[in-house]
Ligand binder design. Structure first.
Ligand SMILES: [Zn+2]
Length: 345
């Protein structure tokens, strides 16, 4: 198994203690011992601006026709920043106690070291820019603390942009495009070299980012709308635009974003995931697909279970005809290329 890079996890939100992450636990999808076992070299670690406050019980809102999950309003800046700072401090705490094994990754050189050495890298990601003030000063501070990836929104509207709520069946074309503050945030991310993540962004906002951003377009954890009509998935036009920008799509294992019927039922085979990967390869090429699990942020298929299920997924892709070179692209090379083209190192 090659060492690989994962596009999105919410693990830091779920770990109660540094020890639970370093020594292992049976609550989260990722911890250090299982990351080692699965050859995970680095991952995007999300600081989710909402924390766990006011999150609905998703299983309660399913109907025969699909779902429309009610979502909490964004928290005020001070509350969001408090949550973000706590999550970032947890990453730093883990790093301090890991004896050099776990590190925040700020350059692609460091990222490649995580693939060749006995190390595990965390790319710090902000999921929803509610912790960024309108003057964008806090972005400089977060950048210095290691922030290298940012999603303008989670699944709702904030000062910068509009996120897609979790609807099925639905298109992602819900709500308006970026605000002036959102456009300024995109420009500032380009200037600092922070990767912009379009997962969770609505379609009008997506096209604004495509027009405005100088960097490749990246969706860290999204799937194919043609195969599963969730508002969170990417239409063919969006997939094509990501290809044209030399960007990448991290395919997620979120069951209700994989299944044709949108159900929250985790009893699905690995082929339900590989179908999305093949679709993107067939449409825009193997240069533009990667893995973006959403471990610890969603219900994942029983056939994957946790991070240790990923080598099985890779075997499956190999059986389905991906060459060793293709697999390297999907597992780490595409992420490295996109970050080389995006980060100002
Ligand atoms: Zn997410």
């Amino acid at each position: 198994m090659y060492k690989w890079i994962d596009g999105h996890n919410d693990t830091i939100l779920r770990v109660d203690s540094v020890e639970a992450f370093l020594d292992g636990n049976d609550q989260t999808h990722i911890d250090l011992p299982r990351a080692k076992e699965a050859s995970l070299g680095a991952g995007f670690f999300a600081m989710f601006s909402q924390g766990l406050e006011g999150m609905p019980d998703f299983s309660e809102h399913k109907t025969d026709k699909g779902y429309k999950f009610p979502l909490p309003d964004p928290l005020p800046l001070e509350r969001s920043q408090a949550i973000t700072n706590r999550l970032l401090s947890k990453i730093i705490e883990v790093e301090k106690h890991s004896k050099g094994y776990f590190t925040r990754v700020k350059t692609t050189v460091e990222l490649e070291e995580c693939l060749t050495e006995e190390r595990f890298g965390a790319i710090v990601h902000m999921e929803g820019a509610e912790s960024v003030d309108r003057d964008l000063h806090s972005l400089d501070v977060y950048y210095e603390a290691g922030l290298r990836s940012l999603g303008l929104v989670w699944s709702r509207k904030n000062d910068f942009a509009t996120g897609v709520p979790y609807h099925f069946p639905s298109t992602p074309d819900i709500g308006e495009g970026l605000s002036e503050a959102g456009k300024a945030l995109v420009r500032k991310c380009n200037e600092l070299g922070i990767m912009i993540d379009v997962s969770h962004l609505n379609e009008k906002g997506f096209w604004d980012v495509v027009e405005l951003s100088e960097a490749p377009i990246v969706a860290t954890h999204s799937n194919v709308h043609r195969l599963c009509q969730s508002s969170r998935n990417l239409t063919d036009n969006q997939i094509d635009a990501i290809g044209r920008s030399n960007g990448v799509i991290g395919v997620s294992y979120v069951v209700n974003m994989l299944r044709e019927d949108g159900a929250m039922d985790a009893d699905i085979p690995l082929t339900t995931i590989t179908k999305h990967i093949h679709y993107i390869i067939d449409r825009i090429g193997v240069d533009h697909v990667a893995l973006g699990s959403d471990f610890d942020g969603a219900t994942v298929p029983e056939s994957i279970r946790d991070v240790t299920g990923v080598p099985g997924l890779v075997d499956r892709l190999r059986e389905e005809g991906l060459s060793e070179e293709d697999l390297k692209q999907v597992l780490y090379k595409n992420w490295i290329r996109v970050l080389e083209d995006t980060w100002k190192q």
